[in-house]
Write a protein that binds this ligand. Sequence first.
Ligand code: PLP
Length: 400
Amino acid sequence: MSAAPAMRPDRVVYFDNNATTQVAPEVLQELLPYLGELYGNPSSMHFFGGQVGDRIEEARARLAGLLGAQPEEVIFSSCGTESDNAAIRSALDRNPGRRHIVTTRVEHPAVLSLCRRLEEERFRVTYLPVDADGLLDLNQADEAITDETAVVSVMWANNETGVLFPVEEIALMAKQRGAFFHTDAVQVIGKLPCNLARSAVDFLALSGHKLHAPKGVGALYIRRGTPFTPFMIGGHQEYGLRGGTENVASIIALGKAAELAATNMAEEQTRVRALRDRLEAGILRTAPGAVRNGPVQERLPNTSSISFEYIEGEAILLHLSDLGVCASSGSACTSGSLEPSHVLRAMGVPYTRVHGSLRLSLSRYNTDDEVDYVLEQLPPIVRRLRELSPVGREELAGHA
Ligand code: PLP
């Protein structure tokens, strides 16, 4: 897809928080000194490095607090993708007699592309299907996990639709058969409560830039006692489990972002959900041919995936972008070709709707006024685009 328009609109209305989030001002404030005067290396013996090391441990404790984990169960990484790769590779390494992996058809490429690569390395992968609402069938999961399964990797929430998977139940199934269980929780952490102290999950991946910390920092939870083979081999950082000098400023930022999320979660969830519901209901009511993708209940409070029949999601995005509204479509732009969303296709959404999909994802910074703005601007865009499409025009006339 082509880049954003050359002219920057007067206002920015940001409804693309599953792609990335604004760094919270409080987070930025804590981060900045560590890009400036406090530049010590936490591994150094002197006080100047030592004070930085203390802040990393504080960040670890804050993040562990958000996860309901112990600080020593959390290691920092460069991103969610690295954490996913590290967990799955380690699980395979530590279960060497087994060459079977169970995952789902709707994972993020951080897991899906790795699984395709592992097939080339002669691992067998079962990709669990989802139903029309994007939900998993637990019986199918139960049947797929066998005594040959080394690792089960199931995302907690889907990045496109927000659909939530019953990871705890599947983790128990994995444990019963001696398999490791990993969850990609990149879209959940900071949005929904998490208590790993009372969980069967072995590994959990998260990413800083989805919860108002900067890009380029993530973390991996490794349950205490779970054997782990480092993915990044190098120095003794992160208890010897992840080599490489720490991204100090971003780690401190992630710790602060986790603390903010933990403090404000209950109130934010309710407020963001109400905004999302009003936005979604308004679009479904007023934009022609609009259909929600995913269930009403079992999904993240901030995400809405809507398809508009007979028009291109990219066209909607560009019109919205001209008006300052940032959103996503269900297509991935790869080398100039528009791949229809593998998530919507797995749900059996017809092609006429997959191509016309729009994802709106909110955060604590969205307002009622912004919802009103989108509700004002989006339906006429959809109507105009349908008038330009021969099938859409017929449909509009039929429903007039
Ligand atoms: N997993 C999910 C579900 C995601 O949504 C993303 C990013 O969009 C990732 C993994 C990758 O995270 P990162 O960008 O930190 O590598």
